[in-house]
Ligand binder design. Structure first.
Ligand SMILES: [Fe+2]
Length: 275
């Protein structure tokens, strides 16, 4: 066991963090997505806690009904490259490469009908922090992709939010995307901008607006932890977002929260509860 996994295991079992997550909520989520029959399921990382083979195996087993039924695109999270070994061996790709759209350009890409989805991977194995860093090659590949004459909407997916719930740069050293500003500069210079930036990492979900230098605003959506245990006293619940991209270029957002039984529309509208 890598030393970092010893710390992670202590966090899960001695400090009790494993109780923050619920297999029941995760299975209810899978049933909910099956019932919604979306055109695309977008998974923004952290399928595992410690990038263990057993965790990936279970994730694949549980997700299989969805993988068989609907298009799925996923990007890894920092927990999916938890150790240097998992990062070097690219463990997540060994299990989920068919859903990551990797074409050798350094970024993930897939088209589903008129939609283009682009995935970035800023994750890296670090000793004590949970920060991410986008390699220059990915920033260049993204700039090239956004310069192509792409018809239809573009969704950009990456595990780390580029801004936080208050619209501030999410780049702090312990948990943030260290070069979030460099990503914003690529988006600033791009002739095409994503309709939506979908992210994860921050367990309390939020919706924020990234405003570019020319005034264009891109919604940054973190649906929240999709596998969280139902903890009403702590204000915590598993969540998922439903993004409807309409032909006229507008987008309708819905969010569902786990109520201990199943996933129900968030009271007051998407992200209204603050959970
Ligand atoms: Fe994360």
């Amino acid at each position: 066991m890598a030393f970092k996994r010893v710390l992670g295991t202590a966090n899960l079992y001695l400090r009790g963090r494993r109780h923050d997550f619920s297999r029941g909520a995760q299975q209810a989520l899978i049933a909910h997505v099956q019932a919604l029959e979306p055109d695309l399921l977008l998974i923004t990382g952290d399928l595992t806690a410690q990038a263990l083979t057993a965790e990936f195996q279970l994730a694949l087993q549980d997700l299989q009904p969805l993988l068989d039924a609907i298009p799925v695109f996923m990007v890894p999270g920092n927990h999916d490259v938890y150790t240097g070994s998992a990062a070097r061996r690219r463990t997540m790709e060994r299990w989920f490469a068919p859903y990551m759209g990797l074409d050798g350009s350094g970024i993930g890409r897939s088209t589903i009908g008129p939609l283009t989805v682009i995935g970035l991977d800023p994750n890296r194995a670090t000793w004590a922090t949970a920060s991410g860093l986008l390699p220059p090659a990915q920033l260049e590949a993204l700039a090239e992709a956004l310069a192509e004459p792409i018809e239809g909407p573009i969704v950009l997916a990456l595990h780390y939010p580029v801004i936080d719930r208050h619209g501030e740069l999410y780049d702090h050293p312990s948990h943030g995307l260290r070069n979030a500003q460099a990503l914003i500069e690529v988006l600033d210079a791009a002739p095409r901008r994503p309709t939506l930036i979908a992210c994860g990492h921050v367990h309390h979900g939020f919706l924020a607006q990234l405003e570019l230098s020319d005034g264009v605003r891109i919604p940054v959506c973190d649906c929240g932890s999709s596998g969280h245990a139902h903890q009403p006293k702590r204000g915590r619940a598993a969540a998922m977002g439903l993004y409807e991209l309409r032909d006229d270029g507008t987008m309708h957002l819905e969010r569902y929260l786990h109520d201990g039984q199943g996933f129900v529309p968030e009271a007051g509208g998407a992200w209204a509860s603050g959970r």
